[in-house]
Design a protein around this ligand. Structure first.
Ligand code: COA
Length: 258
């Protein structure tokens, strides 16, 4: 179904593995098209409650946009490439089901940007993050200048972006770029356990939480108003009735996502 992704659904969690290990999982056009499509699958398949994205092989999550596709691009084509990248990553960010990055190695350039478009990030001990675009005479343009500032603050973001230096997993943890650092062989199990926990919560409420958190960075919305309308919308759901009844009846809630 996908040219460049391997997907596997287990217990409501879709594992999405970018599978170009010989190119350190660099994001070429096919990968970007597949990522666009997989978000549609995640949104529309009721059996999928959440997903994580990781990279094939022990070395790299994603080592960036595929540099070989940059050769000979006109300025207009470059703008289109950046818009397409931003578009795909915004779809991930706006997905109503959690999508988490399990960063298993290099997360450079578009790889760092991909991880930042996910709802949160876990890293293996060997993970490395960086925005090395200045080494190529370009800038991060799949949302990196925006999301890195959002996640780690302007000073740290600009240090990474202007030096092109990589930071290790522990520094990423200290900066708040990742939530957990675990040994490589525990990365997917830890990621899965968090997603399975989220999978026991009310799905519509989970979607509203993501929407309200995203509204912080959306100038077209008043985030506090989005929070109010999302809160109110939950009161029209069966899940809200089930969750509150289950608490009062001292039993475990069973959510139907309705
Ligand atoms: N685009 C295209 N191909 C890439 C790539 C990218 N972003 N990153 C790695 N590759 C390819 C290499 O060209 C090489 O292909 P080859 O075997 O056909 O020559 C293969 O992946 C392995 O990479 P290699 O550089 O040999 O591995 P390494 O362990 O020596 O170095 C990195 C790893 C990540 C430090 C290095 O690959 C690198 O700097 N990549 C580019 C990172 C970057 O600038 N990303 C931002 C792009 S906007």
């Amino acid at each position: 179904m996908y040219q460049t992704l391997v997907t596997q659904l287990e217990a409501g969690v879709l594992a999405v593995t970018i599978n170009r290990p010989e190119k350190l999982n660099a994001l070429n056009k096919e990968v970007m098209d597949d990522l666009f499509s997989v978000v549609t699958e995640i949104e529309t398949n009721p059996e999928i409650k959440s997903a994580y994205i990781t990279g094939a092989g022990p070395k790299s999550f994603v080592a960036g946009a595929d540099i070989s596709e940059f050769v000979g691009l006109s300025q207009q084509e470059a703008a289109e490439l950046a818009r397409r990248g931003q578009n795909v990553f915004s779809r991930i960010e706006r997905c109503s089901k959690p999508i988490v990055a399990a960063v298993n190695g290099f997360a450079l350039g578009g790889g760092c940007e991909l991880s930042m478009s996910c709802h949160f990030r876990l890293a293996a001990e060997n993970a490395r993050f960086g925005q090395p675009e200045v080494n190529l005479g370009i800038i991060p343009a799949y949302g990196g200048t925006q999301r890195l500032v959002q996640l780690v603050g302007k000073g740290r973001a600009l240090e990474l972006i202007l030096t092109g230096n990589m930071i290790d997993a522990q520094t990423a943890l200290q900066w708040g770029l990742v939530n957990h650092v675990v040994p490589q062989d525990e990365l997917l199990a830890k990621t899965r356990s968090l997603l399975e926990l989220i999978g026991t919560k009310a799905p519509l409420a989970v979607g509203h939480c993501i929407k309200a958190a995203n509204a912080v960075y959306d100038e077209t919305q008043n985030g506090f108003e989005t929070e109010v309308s999302s809160f109110a919308a939950c009161f029209g759901t069966e899940d809200m009735r089930e969750g509150t009844s289950a608490f009062l009846e001292k039993r475990k809630a069973q959510f139907a996502g309705k």
